[in-house]
Design a protein around this ligand. Structure first.
Ligand code: ZN
Length: 233
C-alpha cells in the first residue's frame, strides 16, 4: 500500500497529477477541495458550518480541514493507497499525519512563482457550466465564449494580481516548515512541474519507484489542459 502527499502551489497542476496517479494505481484521491464540495452538495452539518464561516467573511480554519481529512481517511476504502491533495496545511497537521499514517512519499511539485502567476492570471472559467479555460494552455475556439455551452467566460473573483501575490506568499510561509520536516525524514521527491503533463507524470512514477501500471486513459494524459482546477483557498 502506498500513502502519498502531493504538494504544490495552486496552478502547478497538482490536481491533474494526483488524478493520473490514482487512475494508474487505483489509489484514492483525497482532495480537500473535493471533500468540501461533497459536503456542500450533500448538505451535511459540516457544510452548514462552512457556509456560516464563509458568509461571515472568514476562511475555513485548519482545525476544520483536519477534521474533514481524518473523517475521510477513517473510511479505510483505500486498499491500494491514497494521494492526499491540499493537506497538510500546517506543520502540526504534517506531524499528525506522519505519526498516524506511514507516509511513503511527498511529491513536491516545483514551479517558479512567475510561472504560477502567469498561469493563474490567464485562467478563465465558464459562467454557464463552470468549465475551466486558460488563455495560454486551453483556449476556447471563439474568444471569450465557452466551447461547450456558449456562455461567456469570466475571471474568477480571486484571480487578480494582488490576491495571487498574497496566495503565493502564504503558500511559501506555510509550506516551507512542512517541507523541511519531510526532507529530514528523507521522503520528498522534487518534481519539475513546468513540463508537459505526461512528462511530469512519468517523472513522478520514476522518482517514487512505482511499478508499471495499467494503461492510462489517453484523453486525460494528453489533454491540452495544462492547469489543475483550483482548490478554494
Ligand atoms: Zn460552458
Amino acid at each position: 500500500m502506498y500513502k502519498f502527499i502531493i504538494m504544490g502551489i495552486q496552478g502547478c497542476g497538482k490536481g491533474t497529477q494526483a488524478k493520473l496517479l490514482c487512475e494508474a494505481y487505483d489509489f484514492v484521491h483525497i482532495s480537500i477541495g473535493d471533500q468540501f464540495r461533497w459536503h456542500i452538495a450533500n448538505h451535511t452539518k459540516l457544510a452548514a458550518k462552512v457556509n456560516r464561516i464563509i458568509s461571515g467573511g472568514n476562511m475555513v480554519g485548519d482545525d476544520l480541514v483536519a477534521k474533514v481529512v481524518s473523517e475521510r481517511l477513517a473510511w479505510h476504502d483505500w486498499n491500494y493507497g491514497f494521494v492526499l491533495d491540499g493537506f497538510p496545511r500546517t506543520f502540526a497537521q504534517a506531524e499528525f499525519l506522519f505519526e498516524n499514517f506511514n507516509i511513503n512519499g511527498v511529491i513536491h511539485m516545483e514551479a517558479p512563482d512567475s510561472l504560477v502567476r502567469e498561469r493563474v492570471l490567464a485562467r478563465r472559467v465558464c459562467s454557464g457550466c463552470g468549465l475551466d479555460y486558460n488563455l495560454i494552455g486551453h483556449r476556447p475556439k471563439t474568444e471569450g465564449i465557452c466551447d461547450v455551452c456558449g456562455s461567456p467566460l469570466v475571471t474568477r473573483s480571486d484571480d487578480h494580481e494582488e490576491a495571487i501575490g498574497k496566495r503565493i506568499a502564504d503558500y511559501h510561509t506555510k509550506t516551507e516548515p512542512m517541507l523541511r520536516y519531510f526532507r529530514r525524514l528523507g521522503i520528498v521527491v522534487d518534481i519539475n512541474a513546468t513540463q508537459t503533463i505526461p512528462k511530469v507524470h512519468a517523472d513522478i512514477r520514476a522518482a517514487l519507484n512505482l511499478p508499471d501500471s495499467r494503461p492510462l486513459n489517453s484523453l486525460t494524459l494528453h489533454s491540452e489542459r495544462e492547469f489543475a482546477k483550483g482548490l478554494p483557498s
